[in-house]
Design a protein around this ligand. Structure first.
Ligand SMILES: [Zn+2]
Length: 155
């Protein structure tokens, strides 16, 4: 797939190990197709990492880099236990579970990122979500009933 060469203003690379990490308007970020639901995917031409446009939702303001968080989620998907991820990455089990819980409300975005950056399968992703009792993309989030209820007239 050929990446669109259009450079995006204000976007910077998520990969801490990238020479262009955090440098906005540096010419390294190009559009890289869209996810199935239409979220813009982006790619860093320096380190080849793929990420998505609406970055703030899951990763913003955390101590660990988005790359590191993704890596732990990918390890979970590959059936590593929380204990072994802790041993390898030095990240607390609660912290990883917290990321996974947050990630579960952005399934589409997270799956797009994981699939773009790691050799994971659908089955592995589904297994990962079961840690938080979430079935992945197949299950819809509970419908918000407030809108429906507010317009209702009692008999
Ligand atoms: Zn990069």
């Amino acid at each position: 797939m050929k990446a669109n060469r259009l450079v995006l203003a204000g976007m910077s690379c998520w990969n801490k190990d990238c020479p262009d990490y955090g440098l906005a308007d540096h010419g390294n970020i190009v559009k890289y197709g869209r996810t199935r639901k239409g979220t813009q995917r982006l790619k860093c031409t320096i380190c080849e990492m793929v990420f998505v446009e609406n970055r703030g939702t899951v990763f913003y303001g955390r101590h660990h880099s988005p790359r590191e968080i993704l890596e732990c989620l990918a390890m979970l998907a590959e059936r590593n236990s929380l204990a072994s991820i802790h041993r390898i990455k030095g990240i607390k089990e609660e912290t990883i579970m917290d990321w996974l819980c947050k990630a579960a409300s952005h399934v589409e975005e997270i799956e797009a990122l994981l699939l773009a950056n790691y050799p994971l399968t659908r089955v592995q992703l589904d297994a990962m979500w079961t840690y938080v009792g979430h079935k992945g993309e197949k299950a819809d989030a509970p419908k918000n009933l407030i809108g429906a209820a507010s317009g209702e007239v009692l008999p």
